[in-house]
Write a protein that binds this ligand. Structure first.
Ligand code: PBG
Length: 334
């Protein structure tokens, strides 16, 4: 119990000046807490904007290294890779996902060579590769589980062999962490880490991301038969427990800001490395308000990210990563 009585205790005293506020801060945001999600595509010398995510761009592979260079320079520890697969390479079964020379694998090889110290996080799911835009295989209008997991395991192996350090299954199929772990181990990829999107909700906040990937126009129906119901929180703990048991090294909660209670419960309950994803819709909301002059840019960005840390997140996947890192450096006088 914390006790204190006015006027011997005045809470405002510890807020008196900046130095004191820094000394008593309970949580901090550091560049080490930032993961930058990036989009890339086939072709050459082309950068395209994502209309619903102002400031976010898709770049062709030849521009990827220069796109990533500022992140490396700022000391951002990890990138989350999202390939924008050309329409003609999408099919019913997401075949391109298991092509060892697909866009993702080529990007991984390139980035690993250019930036060996940066951790590469590979999204494992079929949605960038399927015509229907679902994360797994569809049979009679239903996303089937076990057959999807078999393909996802192969996808994970190819990614790891291409240089992805951290496999991040975002598909929400049951049992995939265990099978992916087994598949990696049997290919001597025992040190490839798994960051499970353990708690991923069927959320409206992914809309702009699907614009970025071009999958909005493809997606048939919704993802409610595999992503979690936003009404549930106890179920989230069960999902996390299963994934830890199956071999997840880190877990993620997604979206972030509307689900900080879940981050808190997960971290409080299991104490494993827990990450939050400030998803595209959160970025879009903040950017819209900031760009309208309705929110103070730097303060809103840092405050929103600090909220993840307060909730117990070790790190945050955020499209603001570069900007946040720049702000943090500036504040430290670097
Ligand atoms: C799909 C995937 C999604 C995101 C990351 N991986 C979208 C979805 O499930 O439809 C969303 C990220 C964001 O909105 O920023 N495997």
């Amino acid at each position: 119990m914390i006790v204190g009585r006015f006027p011997s205790y005045r809470p405002r005293r510890n807020r008196y000046d900046n130095a004191t506020r820094r000394l008593v801060a309970e949580n901090t945001l550091h560049i080490d807490n930032l993961i930058w999600p990036i989009f890339f595509t086939e072709g050459t010398k082309t950068t395209t904007d994502v209309a619903s995510m102002p400031g976010v761009r898709r770049v062709t592979l030849d521009l990827l290294a220069s796109h990533v260079e500022p992140a490396a320079r700022l000391g951002i520890p990890a990138l989350a890779l999202f390939p924008v697969t050309p329409t003609h390479k999408r099919d019913e079964h997401g075949t391109e996902a298991t092509n060892p020379d697909n866009l993702m694998c080529r990007a991984a090889r390139l980035l690993k060579q250019e930036f060996p110290d940066m951790a590469l996080i590979g999204d494992v799911a079929l949605d960038p590769y399927t015509q229907h835009g679902h994360d797994g295989l569809v049979e009679n209008g239903y996303v089937v589980n076990d057959a999807s997991v078999t393909i996802l395991s192969q996808q994970a192996i190819h990614q790891a062999q291409a240089g992805i350090d951290i496999i991040a299954p975002s598909d929400m199929m049951d049992g995939r962490i265990g099978l992916i772990r087994k598949a990696l181990d049997s290919h001597t990829l025992i040190n490839t880490r798994i960051m499970s999107y353990a708690v991923k909700y069927a959320s409206a906040f992914y809309g702009p991301f699907r614009d970025a990937l071009g999958s909005n126009s493809f997606l048939k129906g919704n993802k409610k038969t595999y992503q979690m119901d936003p009404a549930n929180s106890r179920e989230a703990l069960r999902e996390v427990a299963m994934d830890i048991e199956e071999g997840a090294d880190m877990v993620m909660v997604k979206p972030g800001m509307p689900y900080l209670d879940i981050i808190w419960r997960v971290h409080d309950t299991f104490g494993v490395p827990t990450f939050g994803y400030q998803v595209s819709g959160e970025y879009a909301m903040l950017s819209a308000a900031i760009n309208n002059g309705w929110l103070a840019r730097e303060q809103a960005i840092i405050e929103s990210l600090l909220s993840f840390r307060r909730a117990g997140a070790h790190g945050v996947l955020t499209y603001f990563a570069l900007e946040a890192a720049t702000i943090l450096r500036k504040r430290q006088g670097l």
